[in-house]
Ligand binder design. Sequence first.
Ligand code: ZN
Length: 478
Amino acid sequence: MRVSIAFSFLLYVSLGWSASNACAEFRAGAAKLDITPAHGVSLDGSISKNGPVTSVHDPLHARALVLDNDSTRIAIVTCDLCMVGRDVFDKAKQLIEQETASKIPATHILLAATHTHAAPRAIHIGKEPIDDQYHRLLAEKIASAVIKANSRLVPARIGYTCFNKPNLIACRRFLCKPGSVSPNPFGETGERVKSVAGKSSAIIKPAGPVDPQFSVLSVQTSKGQPICVLGNFSVHYCGGYRRGTVSADYFGYFSEAIETALRSEQIDSSSPPVLGMMSNGTSGNTGAFPRSAGQKKFSAFEGMVFYGRMLASDAVKAIGQLSYQQNPPIKMIERELCLKVRRPDAKRLAWAEQILSSPRSKWPHRWSKIYAEEARHLAGYPETVSIILQVIRIGDIAIASCPCEVFAETGLEIKKQSPFKKTFTIELANGYGGYLPPREQHELGGYETWPARSSFLEVDAARKIRSELVSMLHELAK
Ligand SMILES: [Zn+2]
């Protein structure tokens, strides 16, 4: 009898131990869904003049990675879109939460746009007609991608590496000699920055740094079969588009090249296909300027193929050398930050009305009419807006995200102040907060600082967002 009780106790302890260990198991699943718009849906807005869709060069996708350790389940999604409004992302999160019976709560979902410009702006800020049907379908498709990834969870492990690729990028804002910059659209003089200025004797130097870090997050099954490779790089986009033509830019080419290269490593042919994903780090002031020797000028769509395949090839080489974490802890924190809006004052509104009633020959800048219309739009904005900030910890790897087009200096500072050596940032996440120039860049002026629906947060927004994200990263480390 005593022996039997003792045996039962041992059995109980042993089962209890293995059950709790099984609970801590790290699992992952990945999936993608096509989000290519139909003909007629409007592409990116007034400045790049892309117009309605007339053809598809390469398809757009929502790409989802779900990670789980039984106590915490999170989803990271990239969407091949220029930008996505908070309403669309919030709807997708609500659907995911419902469909997964709250296993993936809305606060554990990071949804981000890549910022290809040959894709719709899924937000109501363009000049073209609003495409509500595409927005509604988009939220459903993003949710479906996550639900599919969630149904594919298998025991997994995770690895990370990063290296610098400085020869692919440059700051696209240039500090110019005093008095050399023409008046801005509002007729104001004295700005010191020209964006994408070409070659000019007025240029002194780039107006800011770049973040050359290329991060690679590799997720495999516990047996070493690839599940997903998530890249992270900081460049606005590659471009080289044709009007009306859809393309996922280098974000899509990177992902497809990863999937092609790793397909042969899938030992079990019945398992889901490997997923490539590319997220945008900080692209507010960084352009694609390749400087490799002998690189000819790209013709249409060539640059994106070059960038995508080069980075994918680097990533594939790197993941062969990685050491993997078997059961990393997962933690995610979400907070809302309230920021003031740079709404036009009475003087700016009077200027806007005067521009809109005067002939083009009287405008101080060819974009004055656009910015006068933007002033009218901003007048209808609330005094303050609330934006979503998120940080994620997966073992010793950290990710920080915000909804803006972030300048490189902000991303670099977040990485420097992060308690995690392996940190990267994802921008344009969970909504759209416009360009995020730090205060000193606001003082230099230039396109990214001019008040519009694409640049509307207070002058101190970059500092406030950076400081909040750094404090959240420290909280993750506790
Ligand atoms: Zn852009």
